[in-house]
Structures are given as C-alpha cells and as structure tokens.
Design a protein. Sequence first.
Length: 204
Amino acid sequence: MAASCLIGALDSPHIGDHDAELMLRAKHGDEEAFVLLIKKHRAPVLRFAYRMVRDRHASEDIAQEVFLRVHRYRENYEVTARFTTWLYRIAGRVALNWIRDHARARSHQPLDLPRGSPVRQQFFDHSIRIDEWLLRESRNHELRCAVAELPDRQRMIVCLHKFQEIECEAIARMLGCSNQAVRSALCRAYSSLRRRLAKGDCAA
C-alpha cells in the first residue's frame, strides 16, 4: 500500500465515516477491511433488495452482485460522499436492472411470510417501525403491499429514504437528479400510500 496515497485520502471531509476508511483500506488491498464491510452492510442491502424486488431468492443474488461490484470497482472509489451513498447507488442500479430483466417473468410472492419462517427472521429489523412513519393505525402487511405497488423509481426512493435513512440530497446524487425531484417523488409516493391505505385497496 502506498502510505502517501492513503494518508492523502484520509484528509477528505468525509473520512469521519468509518465505512469510508474501511473502503479506502480495501481499495489498497486490505481484504479484511472488505470482509468487515460485507458483514456490516449485507443484511441492510438484503432488506433493501427484498423491498425492491419482492423475491427472497433474487434479493440474495442482488446482494451478492452488489458486493461483487463493490469489490470490482474498489480501485475507482473516492471519498466524495458517505460510503453508504456509493453502496446504495450500486444497489439501486442492480435492483432496477433485475426489475427490468424480470418484469414479465417476475413471480408475485406474498409479502407476508408464514409465522416462524426463517426468511422472516432474516429480513425483519426491530429498529424499523414502519407503522410509525406513515399511518400508525395501519398494519405492516398493508403498508408493505402499498409500497410494493409503487412505480419502481418511487419505490426505490422510499426504500432509500425511509428504510435505509438516506438523506434526500444523497439520493439525488445517487440518481443524478435534483434534490427537489427526489422530494417531489417522495411527496407523490406518500400521497399514493395514504390513499391506498385509507381506501384499503392494497393487494393481498
């Protein structure tokens, strides 16, 4: 590793991001740092992929492809934003590619898995209280159905903003659009969700 290169990179204003430090180490050949990043972010990426494609097997494939791309493009990594911004830009592209490729053949699996299912345990996150951020009285199943029925781009923005807690400015950088465009998409998505939940017309 070229010490001067790494020291220079550590002067970045985003280096307070520990993930960025790990990625810089991975960029310069530290495989242990890359493994640490996978361990930390694999479950959140899986959850994001599952909410995007609604297919537990595909979400595993998407997560694997995401980290393959992270490793493949590691030498191009620059600390210009938080690591998660870069990571979910990749994850969003991979998920949208999958949706486009499987638009017709995609199976419509139930979003609520049977009680006791190991997959439920894998994707469920106690830190996320979905019912509290939109309609507290609505059931989680209804909200997941409503989110799943959003247009692909709106669904991705909602997943990134509410589930991954990524700021609108960062999402705008990911998607190459304005901050206002992201906020407008969120407003449209939330209005649609409210209407669906109020009418109770979400698909079962």
